[in-house]
Design a protein around this ligand. Sequence first.
Ligand code: 5RP
Length: 231
Amino acid sequence: MLSQAELKANVARAAVDYILPLVQSDDIIGVGTGSTVDLFIDALAEHRGRFRAAVSSSERSTARMTALGIPVVDLNQVESVPVYVDGADEIDHGLNMIKGGGGALTREKIVASVARQFVCIVDESKVVETLGTFPLPVEVLPMARQAVARALSELGGTPALRDGFITDNGGQILDISGLSIREPAILEARINNIPGVVTCGLFALSGASVALVSTQNGVKIMQAATDAARS
Ligand code: 5RP
């Protein structure tokens, strides 16, 4: 029985194999944040010569890549990237995700937005029928924390401040529990529209292009299921 750490290491290596044929030597790769991505960065560093540099979604990933000799460039110098690789806290069969367990959701969404492909890397425990068991992270401007929390309560969730945590952007995180998210794109737009919200951790308006899912029987590729295909 593989542990979760071994499953993460397997999908991290599989992600490197998946993306290398998609990149040219002068390409920039988009890199996410988290423990799975840490292992992806370690595996990617062995192929430094196959791409020009990376654009990073957090100070954490920047530090790890820099330490391993992967050049990191500012997003303002980059028009688009062929591929963005990141983990998720939950992913459904439509490739909608909850992200932000590591608090990097805003930069992750920004970097993902310039990528032609979002490759999500998860172990099988992250695949769910309906998003919302994992509390939904929402980054807020500190002065708006209470106002946003009240608005989120009206949507049916229970917000909790992530105590003592400040994002790379100087924001705070409200983690919203008690949501059963049946229409993730609609909820994403509604939450993002609350004044004081920087962004929410739903990635549904623009979800993953593909997910690599690490299972006890190897890494499987998950494409978005259509309703017709699933019934
Ligand atoms: C960080 C994220 C991560 O992708 C998510 O939390 C998954 O992390 P891990 O790979 O450690 O399970 O969104 O903001």
